[in-house]
Design a protein around this ligand. Structure first.
Ligand code: PLP
Length: 633
């Protein structure tokens, strides 16, 4: 047999399919991160970075951000649109707007504003807090600042002030009731608003977020409400303020046909508004540009059946076709891609703490004299197992294992006898699993054994804190070891986190065809860390995460890869301490400490501990309050 090598690992984990050129496996078995696709000469080993993080005193789990990838993705989206516009002879422009909700961290938004300014890539705010963040971050007056979300007077006023100051701040009317208030505030503040209308499309997209679009969507105006808005604006002599048509079909739209259909429908509305006399100029298609998490390039939920280039081309073609028919000038096309912009730039790294195996154990040559018949039947079945009677033996051992458990519950089988029955059971299952690999079509029950027998790798992270979408909506992210990939992974496992919750696990993994239930992994080596990475986690995961079991924010480290291929640590943010997370749930850590000291003093007075012991115990408690919420070595 040919020896295992890094290339085989790359294939096994489909890294070249999902990484969009940002991650690769090197010959030495390390996962490398590239500052931009194709920049092999500047690739950096993630294992090296992890080592550097540890040397600086930061424990796992760590969220690693790679600045260059944000930069490269902004460039990629803008340049793909520019290229497609040039190729198709489009007369309008493209402008991006980053939706802050996708990753609101100041560092991320600031970087996007900085890297985005050369393309006038703007921001989108969906709430007052996001608008306040955007107004404090944005400097570029040519970029757009788009205000979505349900707006109160304060929100509207802030938007109007931004317009007065010279920003391209668009107030998007999401619900009919907002418009009279916007008109009133504009008059009060003597500001001329730039208005958009969010429209309800009848086009509906599939996927988790389908309810954002379609006629049943919560936000947006239907056709009669649009007409009523136009009439109201006409009456106020402000129809020229209406400059944008906006919609958002939902996130992670995996089918390009749905994107095209929606663009076409929106263009008809745009044309209709132009005919009504509105000075429409911007067509904002919202988000939806999907990430190919599983690398299958299909219309699976976790994938997309189009490339970025096709996305741009199809949108521009659809706009040109429908508006040219109506004799309307090409609009400025805006997209609010969030997921596709930031997903690639973060990797969650954690170490494996322990492994449980459902392994065969040596079976005695013969059973003790007094064994109940149910155990004897199991023993017999195991001896007779061969490739032809596998299913029958499987049925038998399950039946007699259950029978033995029943007898145990009735006090007719001893603890020791039950343990023999469980051993025979697992040995038989393991043996059947091995034999079933020789079959071409093993059938569903036999294929399921792989999952039943999977090792459990206990990992130092919390699904609820760091991968909330994995828990809440079954989102699949690529997971793989970041080193040792020149060795064949000889085990199959599922991942359990350190919350004591049975939902705190990852047991669905990417596969070229659909999903798989087990992940190929390496054996742990004594005294050596085994580190796994969950990739493409830059979008939505950080802020949606919660404090289940009071596991807090992880450490976050940002690197930037330099021109010479070296890298620098741009920033390190310490994760939550125990005191931090306790304060989030309204504890006062100081009061806890004082009260604990009192208990310890009482224990001294009662003679349970010495004053010296008290000092040690109190110091340990205090160190615990200051410490990381995750497992520390
Ligand atoms: C969430 C949202 C987006 C971002 O969508 P992605 O699919 O992440 O690109 C854009 N626009 C609006 C209005 C949104 O609500």
């Amino acid at each position: 047999m040919e020896r295992w090598n890094a290339g085989k690992s790359a294939d096994l984990y489909s890294i070249n399919e999902w990484s969009s050129g940002y991650f690769q496996v090197a010959g030495n078995g390390d996962v490398m991160v590239l500052p931009e696709p194709g920049a092999l000469g500047r690739a950096v080993s993630i294992a090296d970075v992890a080592e550097g993080i540890r040397a600086r005193g930061f424990d796992m789990p760590v969220l690693l951000r790679i600045d260059n990838i944000l930069d490269a993705q902004i460039r990629s989206i803008n340049e793909n649109f520019h290229a497609a516009m040039e190729e198709l002879g489009y007369n309008g422009r493209f402008m991006g707007a980053y939706p802050i909700k996708v990753n609101q961290q100041q560092q991320v938004v600031e970087k996007i504003a900085e890297y985005g300014s050369r393309y006038h890539h703007g921001l989108e705010a969906g709430s007052k807090a996001e608008l306040i963040a955007a107004m404090g971050t944005m400097l570029d007056q040519e970029a757009v600042l788009i205000c979505n979300g349900y707006k109160d007077e304060e929100f509207i006023d802030l938007g109007l002030y931004a317009t007065k100051m010279g920003f391209n701040c668009v107030l998007v009317v999401e619900l009919p009731d907002e418009l009279p208030l916007i008109l009133e505030r504009s008059k009060q503040l003597d500001a001329k608003p730039i208005l958009g209308i969010r429209i309800k499309l009848s086009t509906q997209a599939g996927g988790h977020w389908a309810d954002s679009g379609g006629e049943r969507s919560f936000f947006g105006l239907n056709t009669s409400q649009i007409i009523a808005a136009v009439d109201l604006l006409k009456e106020a002599d402000m129809l020229d303020c209406l400059q944008m048509v906006h919609y958002h079909l939902g996130s992670q739209i995996s089918n390009i046909r749905e994107i095209r259909t929606a663009v076409n429908e929106a263009c008809r509305v745009y044309a209709g508004l132009a005919r009504e006399g509105a000075q429409v100029e911007y067509l904002d298609l919202g988000g939806g540009l999907a990430v190919d998490y599983d690398g299958s390039q299909s219309n699976f939920l976790s994938s997309r059946n189009y490339t970025l280039k096709e996305y741009c081309t199809d949108i521009i073609e659809a706009v040109m076709t429908s508006l040219e028919e109506e004799g309307i000038a090409h609009p400025v096309i805006i997209t609010e891609s969030g997921r596709a912009l930031v997903a690639y730039s973060s990797v969650l790294l954690f170490n494996v703490l322990d492994v449980t195996r459902f392994q065969d154990t040596p079976i005695p040559e013969s059973l003790p004299e007094d064994s109940p018949s149910s155990i004897e039947y199991m023993f017999q079945a195991l001896k007779e197992l061969n490739i032809r009677n596998m299913q029958e033996v499987l049925n038998d051992v399950i039946f007699y294992r259950d029978e033995t458990r029943r007898l145990f519950d009735n006090g007719k089988v001893s603890l020791r006898q039950r343990s023999v029955s469980e051993q025979i059971f697992w040995t038989t299952i393991n043996e059947i699993n091995r034999l079933s690999k020789e079959l071409k079509n093993p059938g569903t029950e036999l294929s399921e054994l792989e999952r039943v027998l999977a090792d459990i790798y206990y990992c130092n992270f919390s699904v609820f804190q760091s991968l909330p979408d994995s828990w809440a909506i079954g989102q699949i992210f690529p997971v793989m070891p970041i080193h040792r990939l020149d060795e064949e992974p000889s085990r199959f496992g599922i991942l359990a986190d350190i919350t004591c919750d049975c939902d705190g696990k990852i047991d669905q993994f990417i596969d070229k065809r659909g999903t798989r239930r087990v992940l190929p992994l390496h054996e742990l080596r004594p005294y050596e860390e085994y580190i796994l990475g969950v990739f493409l986690v830059g979008a939505y995961q950080e802020t949606l995460g919660d404090l289940h079991n009071l596991l807090g924010d992880t450490n976050v480290v940002t690197i930037r890869i330099l021109e010479n291929g070296e890298y620098e640590f741009v920033s390190e943010q310490e994760g939550d301490t125990v005191a931090d997370v306790l304060a989030y749930v309204q504890y006062d850590p100081k009061r806890l400490f004082i009260s604990f000291r009192k208990s310890a003093e009482l224990a001294v007075r009662e003679g349970r501990i010495s004053p010296q012991e008290r000092r040690e115990i109190v110091a340990a408690y205090e160190a615990g309050l200051r410490g990381y919420t995750y497992f520390e070595r």
